[in-house]
Ligand binder design. Structure first.
Ligand SMILES: O=C(O)CCC(=O)C(=O)O
Length: 279
Protein backbone atom coordinates (compact mmCIF):
# COMPACT_ATOMS: atom_id res chain seq x y z
CA UNK A 1 0.00 0.00 0.00
CA UNK A 2 1.32 3.46 -0.84
CA UNK A 3 1.07 5.93 2.02
CA UNK A 4 0.78 9.56 1.08
CA UNK A 5 2.44 11.99 3.45
CA UNK A 6 1.23 15.50 4.19
CA UNK A 7 4.34 17.49 3.54
CA UNK A 8 5.52 20.03 0.99
CA UNK A 9 6.65 18.28 -2.20
CA UNK A 10 9.40 20.78 -2.93
CA UNK A 11 11.27 19.41 0.06
CA UNK A 12 10.99 15.86 -1.14
CA UNK A 13 13.74 14.16 -3.09
CA UNK A 14 13.60 10.98 -5.09
CA UNK A 15 15.50 8.20 -3.36
CA UNK A 16 19.16 9.19 -3.87
CA UNK A 17 20.12 5.51 -3.81
CA UNK A 18 17.80 4.71 -6.69
CA UNK A 19 20.16 6.48 -9.07
CA UNK A 20 22.65 3.68 -8.54
CA UNK A 21 21.69 0.51 -10.30
CA UNK A 22 24.27 -2.10 -9.25
CA UNK A 23 26.91 -0.21 -7.28
CA UNK A 24 30.45 -1.47 -6.99
CA UNK A 25 30.72 -3.28 -3.68
CA UNK A 26 34.42 -2.38 -3.09
CA UNK A 27 35.52 -3.89 0.21
CA UNK A 28 32.07 -5.22 0.94
CA UNK A 29 32.41 -7.23 -2.24
CA UNK A 30 33.57 -10.28 -0.33
CA UNK A 31 32.05 -9.70 3.07
CA UNK A 32 28.44 -9.39 2.02
CA UNK A 33 28.38 -12.62 0.00
CA UNK A 34 30.27 -14.38 2.78
CA UNK A 35 27.67 -13.15 5.22
CA UNK A 36 25.06 -14.63 2.87
CA UNK A 37 23.97 -11.45 1.07
CA UNK A 38 23.30 -11.56 -2.66
CA UNK A 39 21.60 -9.11 -5.01
CA UNK A 40 18.39 -11.09 -4.55
CA UNK A 41 18.45 -11.25 -0.74
CA UNK A 42 15.84 -8.48 -0.77
CA UNK A 43 12.80 -8.95 -2.98
CA UNK A 44 11.78 -6.23 -5.40
CA UNK A 45 8.81 -5.46 -3.16
CA UNK A 46 11.07 -5.01 -0.14
CA UNK A 47 13.42 -2.73 -2.07
CA UNK A 48 10.46 -0.70 -3.30
CA UNK A 49 9.05 -0.41 0.22
CA UNK A 50 12.39 0.92 1.46
CA UNK A 51 12.61 3.40 -1.41
CA UNK A 52 9.02 4.62 -1.33
CA UNK A 53 7.87 4.23 2.27
CA UNK A 54 11.25 4.23 3.98
CA UNK A 55 10.65 1.01 5.90
CA UNK A 56 10.07 -2.70 5.57
CA UNK A 57 9.06 -5.44 8.00
CA UNK A 58 10.80 -8.79 7.78
CA UNK A 59 8.81 -11.53 9.50
CA UNK A 60 10.08 -14.79 10.99
CA UNK A 61 13.68 -13.62 11.11
CA UNK A 62 14.31 -14.92 14.63
CA UNK A 63 13.49 -18.59 15.15
CA UNK A 64 12.08 -19.86 18.43
CA UNK A 65 15.42 -20.95 19.98
CA UNK A 66 17.22 -17.78 19.06
CA UNK A 67 14.31 -15.69 20.35
CA UNK A 68 14.46 -17.49 23.66
CA UNK A 69 18.22 -16.87 23.91
CA UNK A 70 17.85 -13.18 23.04
CA UNK A 71 15.09 -12.72 25.60
CA UNK A 72 17.15 -14.53 28.23
CA UNK A 73 20.20 -12.36 27.47
CA UNK A 74 18.07 -9.21 27.62
CA UNK A 75 16.62 -10.29 30.96
CA UNK A 76 19.91 -11.41 32.44
CA UNK A 77 21.10 -7.84 32.00
CA UNK A 78 17.93 -6.67 33.74
CA UNK A 79 18.58 -9.02 36.64
CA UNK A 80 22.23 -7.97 36.94
CA UNK A 81 21.63 -4.25 36.68
CA UNK A 82 18.01 -4.01 37.85
CA UNK A 83 16.47 -0.60 38.15
CA UNK A 84 19.74 1.07 37.21
CA UNK A 85 18.76 0.35 33.63
CA UNK A 86 15.48 2.24 33.85
CA UNK A 87 15.57 5.90 32.98
CA UNK A 88 13.08 7.08 35.56
CA UNK A 89 11.66 10.11 33.73
CA UNK A 90 10.83 8.09 30.65
CA UNK A 91 9.89 4.82 32.36
CA UNK A 92 11.91 2.99 29.77
CA UNK A 93 14.58 0.37 30.34
CA UNK A 94 17.65 0.92 28.19
CA UNK A 95 20.34 -1.70 27.84
CA UNK A 96 23.69 -0.70 26.37
CA UNK A 97 26.78 -2.45 25.13
CA UNK A 98 25.06 -5.52 23.78
CA UNK A 99 27.75 -5.96 21.15
CA UNK A 100 30.14 -7.45 23.67
CA UNK A 101 27.58 -9.84 25.11
CA UNK A 102 28.21 -12.85 22.96
CA UNK A 103 27.41 -14.67 19.77
CA UNK A 104 23.67 -14.44 20.31
CA UNK A 105 23.95 -10.71 19.58
CA UNK A 106 26.64 -11.09 16.91
CA UNK A 107 24.05 -12.92 14.82
CA UNK A 108 21.79 -9.86 15.06
CA UNK A 109 24.03 -7.32 13.38
CA UNK A 110 25.37 -9.76 10.78
CA UNK A 111 21.98 -11.03 9.62
CA UNK A 112 22.06 -11.07 5.77
CA UNK A 113 18.56 -9.65 5.31
CA UNK A 114 19.40 -6.68 7.50
CA UNK A 115 22.79 -6.09 5.87
CA UNK A 116 21.15 -6.21 2.45
CA UNK A 117 18.60 -3.60 3.58
CA UNK A 118 21.30 -1.35 5.00
CA UNK A 119 23.31 -1.63 1.80
CA UNK A 120 20.23 -0.86 -0.30
CA UNK A 121 19.71 2.42 1.55
CA UNK A 122 23.27 3.60 2.21
CA UNK A 123 25.04 2.32 -0.92
CA UNK A 124 28.42 2.82 0.76
CA UNK A 125 30.53 0.55 2.98
CA UNK A 126 28.99 0.71 6.44
CA UNK A 127 29.46 -0.35 10.05
CA UNK A 128 27.32 -0.83 13.12
CA UNK A 129 27.12 2.44 15.07
CA UNK A 130 25.22 1.15 18.10
CA UNK A 131 23.07 -1.67 19.40
CA UNK A 132 20.86 -1.18 22.45
CA UNK A 133 17.89 -2.77 24.16
CA UNK A 134 14.73 -0.74 24.79
CA UNK A 135 11.72 -1.68 26.88
CA UNK A 136 9.01 0.85 27.72
CA UNK A 137 7.41 -0.18 30.99
CA UNK A 138 3.60 -0.24 31.39
CA UNK A 139 2.28 3.30 31.06
CA UNK A 140 5.45 4.68 29.45
CA UNK A 141 7.34 4.90 26.18
CA UNK A 142 5.55 7.64 24.22
CA UNK A 143 8.07 9.68 22.23
CA UNK A 144 7.73 12.62 19.90
CA UNK A 145 8.20 11.96 16.20
CA UNK A 146 11.84 12.28 15.27
CA UNK A 147 14.41 11.16 12.72
CA UNK A 148 17.68 9.53 13.72
CA UNK A 149 19.71 12.16 11.87
CA UNK A 150 19.68 15.90 11.31
CA UNK A 151 17.92 17.23 8.20
CA UNK A 152 19.75 16.36 4.99
CA UNK A 153 20.91 19.01 2.55
CA UNK A 154 19.62 18.77 -1.01
CA UNK A 155 21.50 15.97 -2.79
CA UNK A 156 23.01 14.62 0.44
CA UNK A 157 22.83 10.82 0.55
CA UNK A 158 21.13 8.89 3.31
CA UNK A 159 23.37 8.53 6.34
CA UNK A 160 21.76 6.10 8.75
CA UNK A 161 19.64 2.95 8.81
CA UNK A 162 17.87 1.63 11.90
CA UNK A 163 16.78 -1.94 12.57
CA UNK A 164 14.37 -2.76 15.40
CA UNK A 165 14.29 -6.41 16.41
CA UNK A 166 11.03 -7.44 18.05
CA UNK A 167 11.59 -9.71 21.04
CA UNK A 168 7.87 -9.42 21.91
CA UNK A 169 4.80 -8.98 19.72
CA UNK A 170 4.07 -5.41 18.66
CA UNK A 171 0.32 -4.91 19.21
CA UNK A 172 -1.85 -1.84 18.72
CA UNK A 173 -1.60 -1.15 22.46
CA UNK A 174 1.76 -2.20 23.84
CA UNK A 175 3.98 0.61 22.60
CA UNK A 176 4.71 -0.42 19.01
CA UNK A 177 6.83 1.86 16.85
CA UNK A 178 4.95 4.39 14.70
CA UNK A 179 6.33 5.64 11.38
CA UNK A 180 5.26 8.29 8.88
CA UNK A 181 5.82 6.61 5.50
CA UNK A 182 7.66 8.65 2.87
CA UNK A 183 9.12 11.22 5.26
CA UNK A 184 12.67 9.90 4.76
CA UNK A 185 12.64 11.79 1.47
CA UNK A 186 11.92 15.13 3.12
CA UNK A 187 14.79 17.49 3.77
CA UNK A 188 13.37 18.53 7.13
CA UNK A 189 13.04 17.21 10.65
CA UNK A 190 9.50 16.87 12.05
CA UNK A 191 8.21 20.33 13.02
CA UNK A 192 8.20 21.21 16.73
CA UNK A 193 4.48 20.53 16.96
CA UNK A 194 5.06 16.88 15.97
CA UNK A 195 8.06 16.50 18.25
CA UNK A 196 5.55 16.81 21.10
CA UNK A 197 4.88 13.22 22.25
CA UNK A 198 1.15 13.93 22.48
CA UNK A 199 0.88 14.90 18.82
CA UNK A 200 -0.18 12.63 15.99
CA UNK A 201 0.61 12.77 12.29
CA UNK A 202 -2.44 12.12 10.10
CA UNK A 203 -0.44 9.68 7.97
CA UNK A 204 1.31 7.83 10.77
CA UNK A 205 1.23 4.05 10.75
CA UNK A 206 1.62 1.80 13.77
CA UNK A 207 3.80 -1.23 13.17
CA UNK A 208 1.90 -4.29 14.38
CA UNK A 209 3.96 -7.47 13.92
CA UNK A 210 4.80 -10.68 15.76
CA UNK A 211 7.86 -11.29 17.90
CA UNK A 212 10.71 -12.50 15.74
CA UNK A 213 10.15 -9.78 13.12
CA UNK A 214 12.58 -7.00 12.24
CA UNK A 215 11.47 -3.49 11.32
CA UNK A 216 14.17 -1.96 9.13
CA UNK A 217 13.89 1.69 8.23
CA UNK A 218 15.76 4.53 6.67
CA UNK A 219 16.90 6.49 9.75
CA UNK A 220 15.72 9.74 8.15
CA UNK A 221 12.14 8.44 8.40
CA UNK A 222 10.02 10.19 11.04
CA UNK A 223 9.18 7.64 13.70
CA UNK A 224 8.87 7.11 17.45
CA UNK A 225 8.04 4.66 20.16
CA UNK A 226 4.50 4.84 21.55
CA UNK A 227 3.04 4.35 25.01
CA UNK A 228 2.80 0.86 26.39
CA UNK A 229 -0.85 0.86 27.46
CA UNK A 230 -0.76 -2.75 28.63
CA UNK A 231 0.89 -4.78 31.35
CA UNK A 232 2.72 -6.79 28.71
CA UNK A 233 6.39 -6.60 27.97
CA UNK A 234 7.62 -4.96 24.82
CA UNK A 235 11.34 -5.60 24.40
CA UNK A 236 13.34 -4.65 21.32
CA UNK A 237 16.92 -4.49 20.17
CA UNK A 238 17.70 -1.37 18.24
CA UNK A 239 20.68 -1.24 15.83
CA UNK A 240 21.95 1.74 13.85
CA UNK A 241 24.23 1.45 10.84
CA UNK A 242 26.22 4.32 9.32
CA UNK A 243 28.93 4.80 6.68
CA UNK A 244 32.30 3.47 7.82
CA UNK A 245 33.87 6.93 7.79
CA UNK A 246 31.06 8.57 9.73
CA UNK A 247 32.38 10.65 12.63
CA UNK A 248 29.13 11.28 14.49
CA UNK A 249 29.27 7.81 16.02
CA UNK A 250 32.56 6.59 17.48
CA UNK A 251 33.69 3.16 16.43
CA UNK A 252 32.49 0.49 18.87
CA UNK A 253 35.42 -0.81 20.87
CA UNK A 254 35.57 -4.58 21.13
CA UNK A 255 38.27 -7.13 21.32
CA UNK A 256 38.08 -8.57 17.79
CA UNK A 257 39.23 -11.98 18.96
CA UNK A 258 36.02 -12.27 21.00
CA UNK A 259 33.99 -12.22 17.80
CA UNK A 260 33.40 -15.43 15.94
CA UNK A 261 33.02 -14.21 12.35
CA UNK A 262 34.96 -12.03 9.92
CA UNK A 263 31.63 -10.41 9.02
CA UNK A 264 31.12 -9.32 12.65
CA UNK A 265 34.62 -7.86 12.87
CA UNK A 266 34.11 -6.01 9.63
CA UNK A 267 30.64 -4.70 10.51
CA UNK A 268 32.06 -3.33 13.75
CA UNK A 269 34.54 -1.30 11.74
CA UNK A 270 37.69 -3.44 11.49
CA UNK A 271 39.67 -3.33 8.28
CA UNK A 272 38.66 -6.14 5.91
CA UNK A 273 40.72 -9.26 6.45
CA UNK A 274 43.06 -10.22 3.60
CA UNK A 275 41.64 -12.94 1.43
CA UNK A 276 42.20 -14.50 -1.94
CA UNK A 277 39.81 -13.26 -4.59
CA UNK A 278 37.48 -16.02 -5.79
CA UNK A 279 37.29 -16.61 -9.53
O1 LIG B 1 11.43 1.61 20.44
C1 LIG B 1 10.89 2.19 19.49
O2 LIG B 1 9.79 1.88 19.05
C2 LIG B 1 11.58 3.35 18.82
C3 LIG B 1 12.57 3.99 19.71
C4 LIG B 1 13.20 5.19 19.12
O3 LIG B 1 12.86 5.64 18.05
C5 LIG B 1 14.26 5.86 19.85
O4 LIG B 1 14.57 5.45 20.99
O5 LIG B 1 14.82 6.83 19.32
Amino acid sequence: MVHRVNAPDENKEPNPGSRLVEPALNELEHLLPEAGVTTSTLSTTEKEALDREGCVIFRNVIDADWLESLRAAFDSDREENGSAQVVKETGTRHIDKLVTRGEVFERVYTRPLVLAGVWHVLQVPFRLAQMNGREPLPGYGQQGLHADWTARAKGEPYRIVTAIWLLDDFTSENGATRVVPGTHRLLTQPPKSLADPASRHPEQKLIVAPAGSVLLFNGHLWHSGTRNQTNQRRRVLQCSFVGREELRFPKIKVNGSELTSAAARYILGDKPERRTRRS
